[in-house]
Design a protein around this ligand. Structure first.
Ligand code: 3K0
Ligand code: CA
Ligand code: CA
Ligand code: ZN
Length: 720
């Protein structure tokens, strides 16, 4: 936190590195005096905020995160429920109040409201929603503010009861006429609404299915924007009321919204028989149809409205707003936490093409999440990238984030909260891929004297779930910041570094199999053999190759490499961790390396079965056991010393503790046992949410303890 600390000191603290440039490494060595400087007993982080250091320059590789092509503002029009949302939309549609007419439709179904929208737009009016039996108080208040010349109630008493009409009369007084536009069914009501608002001889008329909301919603928006009516049809048959309305309006052209599954060819034929030319504007699904309508009729609008494609409730009242702004409505999936393709491809591609400057999201966060809202912005301003065909997960595992989707998701978090998220690269892999990381903290661009935490994933290529776990943590820290005081405190008082995939080459290679190759190591060639790859988790330099916990054979799964730090990926990790030594003090206090599988919490050492060898402080050992047990209580994993699984030498956590006195753990994620041929390292995407959520408390605990891990054994006095 910035509070109570001097700006000069803050400005002087060093930023994390983003490159392995010679200049950077030189600086690190200069500052540290070599890694061994950090082996001394831990000291309070607070003591680090002392002498001034040169402010670091902006990391070079961070330039690989694209800059926005232009500014895109995004706004949410939402209330606590659909009625509140209709009020918020109305307030935006007619901010000045005083309208010739207000249309009032039931919020319990979609048909009447959707047909009323273009009618309201045509009459310069607004559209509000009501409960069938009761006028919500906030809607009554908005009705009074709008001060309409008259009120049109959409539908008969079954849709909007007489009791509601009485409440409207009570709110507006007896002089405001209230009329009903109603037919025997939704088709008749749509026709009646059109009758009341549109004269005969209309150049253009839209026809959409009355069986579902998405096409009528998207058609309503473009119809409202160009002053045309919308009629509804059954998917397979043109209803008589609709026929009668078309005859009266005598349109030159009828645009059928949606593909043949939404509105059948038989309906198109029946419309053509009435005289107008028929044009079909549709896509493969609701997202494609909304996009096609927007492109066809409002190709240049710089404002777009976006609604959930899954539920109608929040967008119903938006059609008059679309009319007023000349803006189309596009559709999205509601949530992105575990669904990389939250913005469907047609919508994504249209946002990229159109590059709008303003996005209005319809409904509250339950309808369209904040992550999706900022994903929309990222597609509109060019900061997100369409993944190439390779490397990718197979369709049955599409909820895993492929490398591009992973970076997109991190960028979305940074678009949402640039004050909390900073993206950088700790270096590059053997094949030159960036190893992406994020820092999460308040005042994120300032290196504040706050305890630091490191979470990293995917040392091992096939351990896909670890990437999702790292991303989940980012989602918690950013997404729950406003709503969960505990999360907010941790983000404010810690600096959390997340490395999402240490081994991007191995990952890309693994995804090239069918479905996977089961690859573990990196993709570095080995001299004198065709065997490829080093196990990054045997390549750290502490007691490297000492104890039979790795192999000297390049074809082995646990090949340690020809020398410690021979792998560029482990060097990047080393350089990053060493860069966190400021004024001789390692800022990182707690760490977890994410792996699969086994449902285990492992702590050092791996190189020896001895619990408390000479290179481990006995108090540290007790602290390790206490922390591992505390975390295991929250996630049901089994706590144990790393060597209890098997001897490992040159692994990350031994190095983190031995060289930096960081309380460093390996989490082996779900499952405990192999449940199918490839499921030991690659469980199906259905489990991602459950198995990453499972570690929420453990990860937050680890972040919390970073101020003084000895709190775990009630020895906070050791932290001075
Ligand atoms: O710290 C450790 O003991 C690491 C265990 C890890 C490894 O590198 O062997 N287990 S894994 O490879 O199955 N993820
Ligand atoms: Ca901070
Ligand atoms: Ca710091
Ligand atoms: Zn592993």
């Amino acid at each position: 936190m910035r509070r109570g600390r001097g700006g000069a000191i803050l400005a002087a603290m060093r930023r994390p590195p983003a490159s392995q440039s010679a200049a950077f490494v030189g600086l690190a060595v200069l500052v540290l005096g070599g890694p061994l400087a950090a082996v001394s007993a831990p000291n309070p982080v607070r003591a680090a905020a002392t002498a001034a250091l040169e402010p670091p320059t902006r990391p070079v590789l961070a330039a690989a995160v694209p800059e926005p092509s232009h500014e895109v503002t995004s706004e949410r029009l939402g209330g606590t429920d659909r009625y509140g949302t209709s009020v918020a939309i109305s307030a935006r549609t007619v901010p000045e109040g005083g309208v010739p007419v207000v249309y009032l439709a039931s919020g319990a179904g979609f048909a009447d409201a959707l047909a009323a929208g273009p009618a309201a737009a045509r009459s310069g009016g607004a559209l509000l929603l009501t409960r069938p039996d009761r006028l919500p108080a906030n809607v009554a208040t908005e009705l009074v503010r709008l001060a309409p010349g008259r009120v049109v109630v959409a539908g008969g008493p079954a849709a909007v009861s007489e009791a509601v009409v009485d409440e409207v009369r009570a709110a507006l007084g007896p002089d405001v006429p209230i009329e009903r536009a109603a037919g025997p069914d939704r088709y008749g009501t749509a026709a009646a609404l059109v009758d009341g608002a549109f004269e005969a001889t209309t150049p253009l008329l839209f026809l959409a299915s009355g069986a579902g909301f998405p096409d009528a919603l998207a058609a309503g928006a473009v119809a409202a924007a160009i002053g045309a009516p919308v009629l509804l049809t059954r998917p397979d048959r043109l209803p008589p009321e609709t026929v009668r309305a078309i005859r009266r309006l005598r349109p030159e052209r009828v645009v059928i919204a949606g593909g043949p599954a939404a509105v059948s060819p038989a309906v198109a034929t029946a419309v053509a028989a009435l005289g107008p030319t028929v044009e079909r504007v549709g896509g493969a699904d609701r997202f494609g149809t909304a996009t096609a309508l927007a492109k066809r009729f409002l190709p240049d609008a710089s404002t777009v409205l976006v609604a959930s494609g899954l539920g109608f409730a929040d967008a119903l009242a938006a059609v008059p707003l679309a009319g007023r702004l000349g803006a189309p409505i596009l559709l999205t999936w509601p949530d992105s936490v575990s669904w990389p393709a939250s913005v469907p491809h047609p919508t994504r591609d249209e946002l990229r093409r159109r590059a709008p400057t303003s996005i209005l999201v319809l409904g509250g966060p339950a309808a369209v999440s904040e992550f999706v809202r900022y994903e929309l912005v990222g597609w509109a301003d060019g900061r997100l990238s369409v993944p190439p065909p390779e490397p990718d997960y197979p369709a049955f595992d599409s909820r895993y984030h492929n490398p591009t989707e992973l970076l997109n998701a991190v960028i979305v978090a940074a678009i949402w909260r640039p004050d909390l998220v900073d993206i950088f690269s700790i270096g590059t892999s053997y094949q030159g891929r960036d190893i992406w990381a994020a820092k999460v903290s308040d005042n994120v661009t300032v290196d504040e004297p706050e305890p630091e935490v490191l979470v990293d994933a995917l040392h091992h290529a096939r351990e896909h779930l670890t990437v999702e776990q790292a991303l989940y943590l980012l989602n918690v820290l950013v997404g729950d910041y406003e709503s969960d005081p505990a999360v907010r405190r941790l983000v404010d008082e810690r600096e959390v570094f997340i490395v999402f995939a240490l081994n991007p080459d191995g990952w890309a290679f693994d995804l090239g199999g069918s479905p996977y190759r089961g690859w573990r190591k990196n993709r570095q060639p080995n001299a004198g053999t065709s065997a490829v790859g080093t196990d990054p988790n045997r390549n750290y330099d502490y007691r490297w190759g000492c104890c039979g916990g790795s192999s000297g054979n390049p074809s082995a799964w646990n090949y340690r490499g020809p020398a410690p730090w021979s792998a560029p990926e482990t060097r990047a990790m080393r350089d990053f961790v060493e860069s966190r030594v400021v004024e001789g003090r390692q800022q990182i206090r707690t760490h977890v390396s994410l792996h699969t599988n086994g449902e285990l919490i492992l702590y050092p050492y791996g190189y020896t079965k001895v619990d408390v060898p000479a290179d481990m402080d006995p108090v540290d050992q007790r602290t390790y056991v206490a922390m591992a047990r505390a975390m295991a209580r929250t996630n049901g994993y089994r706590p144990m010393q790393s060597s209890d699984l098997y001897i490992t030498d040159g692994d990350q956590i031994d190095w983190m503790y031995a060289r930096h006195r960081i309380f460093s753990f390996t989490f082996e994620l779900y499952p405990t046992e192999q449940v199918s041929s490839h499921a030991d390292h690659e469980p199906p995407d259905e489990v991602i949410v459950r198995e990453t959520t499972r570690n929420r408390a453990a990860l937050l605990y680890l972040i919390d303890l970073a101020d003084c891990p000895y709190r775990a054994i009630g020895a906070s006095d050791r932290c001075g």
